[in-house]
Design a protein. Structure first.
Length: 464
């Protein structure tokens, strides 16, 4: 087992240290004893959590924030070239390390499980982290969201397993050398970095090609893109391929998924024996994520029945159908879904949980490039709700694209039969929702931007 601090990261400086991926690496390094520093655009609970671990966190970006004795500067693909701390690093000849290289170095010498896919990565990685911890294996993990139980997205464990979310968006997942790789699905997304499905497949093939000799690929037998990837890599030397899903051809076959309110009961067939366990979050897609996690654990030699029991302890990740509260008989739930497939899956899960009640959605599109390519499909997904409120596009790292607005989604939603209200001032959303909602309704805030902040405000407005 290796858990030492790589020499280059004894005194790291993170630009954008509050980000989901960056903060996880910073937390693990701090827990291993590194002298961590960094900066972020604004104060946050994440910044406070890092300070509690001994890290120095500056608010705002300025050249003076970079200490002269920093051993490296860690960046993500979102950091722009004109960042003043990056410029200062060049002046001081401080090495610049990409987030993915930093994470790869932390995995060195450990039995790594890398979880990839266009969507579902955070949930599946979290399920594994919780289950392995429940079994006393004390894994290290780096996740793109905060677990409900531990309340953190990363941890340095004393065990020999490292579970990591593997991000395909900028091809950074190609840096990892896992013992087990999970591919949940393969779809066209991240249009600023991929021009076609062929480029997506090539990127995933490279990722699978980095699996250690004698290692395992756990891959969906149901999703079309994953099936095509399996066809392309199945003959790779030294690779064991384990398929999972509802397909009759699956090695780990899902026999039945039974919804039970905000939970599901899963029965699968593994090694000629039936196994039933509970998944404590709603939706078929989350049940399948749990099966992928179980198959990966089995590939590491962990008994399936132990994993099945431990997976039942998973209670969710913040922003993945997270119940924010209830007021005047209205439940408010938060969803990170921002790709049409994710949106449809979460809406279908909530539709099942709502039974005869109405489902109201507050959707904030994420990125101009994604809206330009998938706006029509986003609008069609919103037709699964009874009422929808659509906000302006959350730009994140992108500059506006002429002619690309949330109207692309609204028009498609209306064409699909949805009832949609456009709201351009986010601050008015609580009043708009309060005027729509009735006792028994479910309200879903949805998107990868700051729409998540609206949940508490909507609950407060309903209470008043």
């Amino acid at each position: 087992m290796a858990s030492a601090i790589p020499t280059a990261m004894e005194r790291p400086h993170f630009i954008g240290i509050g980000g989901a991926g960056m903060s996880g690496i910073a937390k693990i390094l701090a827990q291993r004893g590194a002298r961590v520093a960094g900066s972020d655009a604004k104060e946050s609970a994440t910044a406070e959590a890092l300070r509690a671990l001994g890290a120095t966190v500056h608010i705002g970006h300025a050249a003076r924030h970079l200490a002269a004795d920093a051993t490296c500067v860690v960046v993500s693909s979102a950091i722009r070239a004109d960042n003043p701390e990056l410029a200062r690093a060049a002046e001081l000849s401080v090495p610049v390390v990409h987030r993915s290289d930093a994470l790869a170095s932390l995995m060195g010498g450990l039995r790594a499980i890398a979880v990839a896919g266009t969507h579902g990565k955070t949930t599946t990685t979290s399920m594994l982290a919780v289950a392995l911890s429940e079994l006393g294996l004390d894994p290290s993990y780096a996740i793109g969201g905060d677990l409900e139980g531990p309340g953190t997205n990363a941890r340095h464990g004393e065990g020999d397993i490292f579970v990591a979310e593997a991000d395909e968006s900028d091809r950074s997942f190609q840096k990892y050398d896992p013992e087990v790789a999970i591919v949940l699905n393969v779809e066209l997304d991240h249009h600023a970095n991929y021009a076609s499905m062929d480029e997506i497949y090539e990127s995933f093939e490279t990722f699978v090609g980095k699996v250690n000799p004698g290692g395992t690929l756990v891959v969906s037998a149901d999703q079309q893109g994953a099936v095509e990837l399996t066809r392309r890599v199945r003959d790779q030397s030294g690779l064991t391929v384990v398929t999972y899903g509802e397909s009759e051809s699956a090695d780990v076959r899902v026999h039945k998924i039974t919804p039970r309110g905000l939970t599901s009961e899963v029965t699968l067939l593994l090694g000629g024996k039936f196994l039933t366990f509970t998944v404590s979050v709603p939706g078929r897609h989350y049940a399948l994520n749990a099966v992928a996690a179980l198959a990966a654990g089995v590939a590491l030699g962990i008994p399936a029945h132990n994993l099945a029991s431990a997976l039942g302890k998973y209670t969710g990740v913040k922003r993945r159908l997270q119940l924010k509260g209830e007021a005047k008989g209205v439940q408010v739930i938060d969803s990170y879904a921002h790709h049409p497939t994710e949106m449809s899956a979460d809406l279908e899960a909530m539709r099942g949980a709502a039974a005869d009640s109405r489902l109201l959605v507050v959707f904030q599109p994420h990125l101009y490039s994604r809206t330009q390519e998938l706006g029509k499909e986003m609008g069609q997904a919103l037709a699964l709700a009874d009422l929808s409120v659509v906000l302006d596009i959350y730009p994140a790292r992108e500059d506006p694209v002429p002619g690309v607005t949330s109207e692309l989604i609204i028009d498609a939603a209306k064409a699909a039969g949805a009832t949609v209200t456009a709201v351009h001032d986010k601050e008015t959303v609580p009043d708009v929702v309060a005027g729509m909602a009735a006792p028994g309704d479910l309200v879903l805030t949805m998107g990868a931007g700051d729409v998540t902040d609206l949940g508490p405000a909507i609950l407060a407005r309903l209470s008043n």
